[in-house]
Design a protein around this ligand. Structure first.
Ligand code: 0GY
Length: 306
């Protein structure tokens, strides 16, 4: 019998009983950023991982999506599984065409493995620059991976801290694929959304073939989930950043839950409240349709003609 590793001390489990959102997601809504963790007994975590999470299975993910009204998903490989994409790829296959995947691969990945991942529904790889999550990978390795996946029509998902963009952006601009940026490039939301740091980020988006996930208000917030106006409006300090992004790039923004919310230490969000955050960010039905349906469908299910 395999011994299961205990969770990282202080680990917060995902919210077991999310509220029903007041905002009705439009038909065809895609959650472009969610993960599965294990279950560990079936899909062991990677030895090089930096945290051990609770289990968060595909069955639990699909149940959450049913509850919220999400119809399709992009399941992003979580760092606790390293470059073993089995749990993610099995989840994508199990969704029967209603999910796509984003993998983690090493430079020595074989063509056969890339083909197998593509057949499962994988359409991108993720490059992660957060030292608390992964050891740094040589840029030559990342460039080599990008060159391998470009002919498949895949993209590169980038996860980095806003403060690191000046040092990374030349490298990002050299990559031969479309780019998808996680969580708005993690801005410091105590600074103004109209200030130089976030403006630089948006200039980078403007110059390049870049999509932006306006996701993770619960991770970026400093003020927290308090519903300041007595409505179901949480994480209001993040709104100026996400709203500016949606208004400047309505055709290149994506939304995601980030379920099961790895590594949050202060609080675990109610996923229903995260859905009710959307109309604060995309304030018109047209912007909501683009954010939730049209843009992710174009990126992950091209050919459907939305
Ligand atoms: C996220 C954010 C985090 C973690 C991971 O793969 C992961 O471990 O993505 C984080 O800790 O900020 O996007 O899920």
């Amino acid at each position: 019998m395999t011994t299961l590793s205990p969770k990282t001390p202080g680990w917060l489990d995902w919210y077991a009983d999310p509220s029903r959102p007041a905002f009705a997601l439009p038909p065809g809504t895609v959650d472009t950023h969610c993960h599965v963790f294990g279950p560990q007994a079936a899909y062991p975590f990677a030895p090089e991982r930096k945290y051990t999470p609770c289990d968060a299975s595909r069955v639990q993910l699909f149940a959450l999506h049913g509850h919220l009204g999400v119809e399709r998903a992009v399941i992003v490989q979580a760092t606790c599984h390293g470059a073993d994409n089995t749990a993610m790829a099995d989840a994508v296959r199990a969704a029967g065409g209603r999910a796509r995947g984003v993998a983690t691969v090493r430079p020595d990945v074989t063509d056969a493995e890339l083909r197998r991942l593509h057949e499962a529904g994988v359409r991108g790889v993720r490059f992660n620059f957060l030292k608390r999550l992964v050891d740094a990978a040589p840029r030559d390795d990342l460039a080599a991976i990008a060159a391998r996946i470009a002919p498949l029509g895949w993209h590169v998902v980038l996860y980095f801290e806003g403060a690191d963009l000046p040092e990374l952006e030349t490298f990002f601009a050299s990559l031969p694929t479309p780019l998808v940026i996680d969580h708005m490039g993690r801005p410091d939301v105590t600074r103004p959304a109209s200030g130089p740091e976030f403006s630089r980020f948006l200039r980078f988006v403007d110059r390049n073939d870049v999509w932006v996930k306006v996701s993770c208000p619960e991770r970026l917030t400093v003020t927290g989930p308090a519903a300041l106006d007595g409505e179901r409006h949480a994480y209001t300090d993040v709104v100026p950043f996400s709203r500016r992004t949606v208004e400047e790039f309505p055709d290149r923004v994506l939304w995601g839950t980030d379920w099961p919310h790895p590594n949050l230490t202060g609080h675990m969000p109610d996923d229903g409240l995260l859905v009710d955050h959307i109309p604060l960010v995309a304030t018109t039905p047209e912007h909501q349709r683009k954010l939730l349906v049209a843009n992710p469908t174009r990126l992950y299910w091209p050919g459907e003609g939305v």
